[in-house]
Design a protein around this ligand. Structure first.
Ligand code: SF4
Length: 411
């Protein structure tokens, strides 16, 4: 057995979490702070302070992407977003992709121009649906017309990249509603990315509580699959390529930030509840910031960073398992050269696994890596489990335990 090593890469991405929301959507379990008054200035000070402090570990690395996600980053003042972007530009230069997540109801022509002026070149809209009954079920604040207008305004304002989130599997949603989404997208030609998610029923959400009480019924899985197929086929006809299980892009529209996650790029995570990855001293360290806005701000008022809510050190084998698990969910697959750079020549021992997958029609082996077929994306979980099993058999590690997996698969 050739042992693995763990080397850090030359570049990283940055995720800034902006937790503020005007209200709590009933299905959402993200880290959010529903506030009547956004602490604009205080949060900006703490975020910039954290970037300066934690950023020291990334001195000398190139920043590839900056992503401001939430929560609802569009609720944060333009001045504070500018403060963050300015700090990042001063320390690393403005990265080629700067994404801001926005909710349609927060969009005006003036704000769009201001964000554009700051260097934001990608907007990701939390639309979820262009159908009024679905938006009502989801408890969203915008109407289909409002969402359409906001996205159209962003395109008019000249944003080169615009992404729209859509959901399927919502109670009461049928083919007519999915077709309404596709019609809206057909009319919004400049949208170059769609994230298409199935609604998940998370513990401790209002949706889940209503389901348990019998007030809301989960759609049958067959019906959800039918809607997903309809949505996927429609996106294909509109020129969107499915490049990851839930992500679809027109030419040039892939999310480089998300590609960074899937390929194991380090992520400097900043702000309440943000999750990041750092490679250091032969280990990969996953850190999740505190989920409490109060604790985050109080710590910074003392000039300190709040204690993380989680910090986990991963061995090279466990981190390799993660890389494979996410890689098989993308059409780019598992990049052999990138694996060798990060883990050393030991990864050659993955080739028999990749050859076995190729012999079963799941894709092809390329340069010591694996490129899944588009059909294989629908079976990404099976391949991922198989990969973890292979990694554990060769190098040990806690890959299965980490992901709470027990099942042994036969591809
Ligand atoms: S706006 Fe987004 S982040 Fe905020 S509660 Fe709704 S789904 Fe969650």
């Amino acid at each position: 057995m050739i042992p693995l090593r763990l080397e850090r890469g030359a570049s990283f991405g940055m995720y800034v979490h902006v937790p503020f929301c005007a209200r709590h959507c009933p299905y959402c379990d993200f880290t959010v702070a529903v506030v009547s008054r956004v602490p604009h200035e205080a949060y900006g000070g703490a975020v910039v302070g954290e970037i300066e402090r934690r950023g020291r570990a990334h001195a000398g690395q190139a920043l590839r992407t900056l992503y401001l996600g939430g929560g609802t980053p569009s609720l944060w003042s333009v001045g504070q977003i500018g403060r963050v972007v300015g700090c990042v530009a001063r320390l690393w230069g403005l990265p080629p992709e700067v994404t801001l997540e926005v909710n349609p109801e927060g969009v005006t022509r003036e704000r769009l121009e201001a964000w554009r002026g700051l260097g934001v070149n990608r907007l990701s809209f939390g639309v979820q649906s262009f159908s009024a009954p679905v938006l009502r079920t989801l408890g969203r604040a915008h109407s289909p017309e409002g969402a359409f207008r906001a996205v159209a305004l962003a395109l008019e304002a000249g944003f080169p990249h615009v992404s729209v989130d859509l959901m399927h599997g919502v109670p009461g949603q049928g083919e007519a509603e999915v077709e309404a989404d596709l019609r809206a997208l057909a009319a919004l030609e400049g949208v170059d990315h769609v994230s298409a998610y199935e609604l998940t029923w998370e513990p401790r959400t209002s949706f889940e509580a209503r389901r348990v009480r019998g007030m809301l019924s989960v759609p049958e899985q067959d019906a959800v699959v039918t809607l997903e197929r309809l949505q996927r086929a429609g996106l294909g006809e509109l020129g969107f390529e499915r490049y990851e299980v839930s992500s679809h892009a027109r030419a040039g529209g892939r999310s480089r930030h998300n590609e960074g996650y899937w390929s194991g790029r380090e992520v400097l995570a900043v702000g309440v509840g943000a999750h990041g990855l750092r490679v250091s001293g032969g280990m990969a360290v996953r850190r999740a910031n505190t989920r409490s806005l109060r604790r985050y701000l109080e710590a910074w008022s003392r000039g300190e960073l709040a204690e993380p809510s989680e910090e986990e050190r991963l061995t090279a084998a466990t981190h390799l398992g993660e890389r494979l698990l996410t890689g098989v969910r993308t059409v780019s697959g598992v990049d052999g050269a990138a694996l060798r750079r990060r883990f050393g020549e030991g990864v050659v021992e993955l080739v028999p696994l990749f050859e076995r997958w190729a012999s079963r029609g799941w894709g092809r082996v390329f340069d010591g890596g694996f490129v899944p077929s588009s059909r294989a994306l629908d079976h990404a979980d099976t391949l991922g489990l198989d990969a973890l099993q292979h990694v554990e058999a060769r190098w040990g590690g806690e890959a299965f335990a980490r992901f709470g997996l027990e099942q042994v698969v036969d591809t």
